[in-house]
Structure formats: structure tokens, C-alpha cells
Design a protein around this ligand. Structure first.
Ligand code: AMP
Ligand code: ZN
Length: 114
């Protein structure tokens, strides 16, 4: 998608602090971290959000999911972490390219959010 921020980061047109990459996904540090560890995992193929996942493209979301435990290990999140995917306006999504927040490095509240 030409005008998508995360597609541009995947393409290297906008810089990011990369923490993990494989053939299918890129993970980088959130510019506005809400916890000591705050990483975004994005598929290299554009999908708008979890609301656009279907049986045909579910593997794209799966690419991200398989990367999450690897990234958690790399980051030393041995005592747990939170994964969030905001969907649409009411869900608080600000970048319309599917992404999963990995939040951790401290004891998080039990009330959702960060
Ligand atoms: P969401 O609000 O769930 O769509 O998440 C988008 C996230 O992207 C926010 O937490 C932003 O802080 C983060 N963000 C926006 N621009 C950048 C960027 N250029 N590099 C890294 N993270 C970004
Ligand atoms: Zn995109």
C-alpha cells in the first residue's frame, strides 16, 4: 500500500529500530513506548487490521503470531507479557496496517490497555 506508514517501514523508506525480522514479518520498537518493552510486530504483506482477516489470508496474521514468542525470548520477557492488536477507530487503531503490540518488562495492570 503506497501510503501506509508500516508498509514504508517494511520497505525501509522510513527508519525503525528493528528487533526481529524474517521473511514474513518485521518487528521494531514503538516510538512512544508505554512500558519498558514495547515492540510492534507487523506482517510484510499489507492487511488493514484483524477485522480484515479471513480464512484465505489468516496465515498473514499467523506469521506475526509465530514471531511473538521468539521476540519475547530475545527481549528476555521470561515472566510474561501482553499482546494487543487494536482494531479500527473505536479500538484505538491509529495505523491501518495489521500489527501486534508486545508490551512488557514490568508488571502490567489487569485491566487491559497498557
Ligand atoms: P495503534 O494505535 O494500535 O494503531 O498503534 C500504532 C503504534 O505505532 C502507536 O503505538 C505509535 O506510537 C506507533 N508508531 C507510530 N509511528 C511510528 C514509527 N514511525 N515508528 C515506530 N512506531 C510508530
Ligand atoms: Zn501497510
Amino acid at each position: 500500500m503506497a501510503d501506509c506508514l508500516f508498509c514504508k517501514i517494511v520497505a525501509g523508506e522510513i527508519p525503525s529500530t528493528k528487533v526481529y525480522e524474517d521473511a514474513t514479518v518485521l518487528a521494531f520498537r514503538d516510538v512512544a513506548p508505554q512500558a519498558p518493552t514495547h515492540i510492534l510486530v507487523v506482517p510484510k504483506t499489507h492487511v488493514d487490521s484483524l477485522d480484515a482477516v479471513t480464512i484465505e489470508n489468516a496465515a498473514i496474521a499467523g506469521w506475526c503470531l509465530q514471531a511473538i514468542p521468539k521476540i519475547a525470548k530475545l527481549e528476555g520477557l521470561t515472566n510474561g507479557y501482553r499482546v494487543i492488536s487494536n482494531v479500527g477507530e473505536d479500538g484505538g487503531q491509529t495505523v491501518p496496517h495489521l500489527h501486534f503490540h508486545i508490551i512488557g518488562g514490568k508488571k502490567l495492570s489487569n485491566h487491559g490497555g497498557f
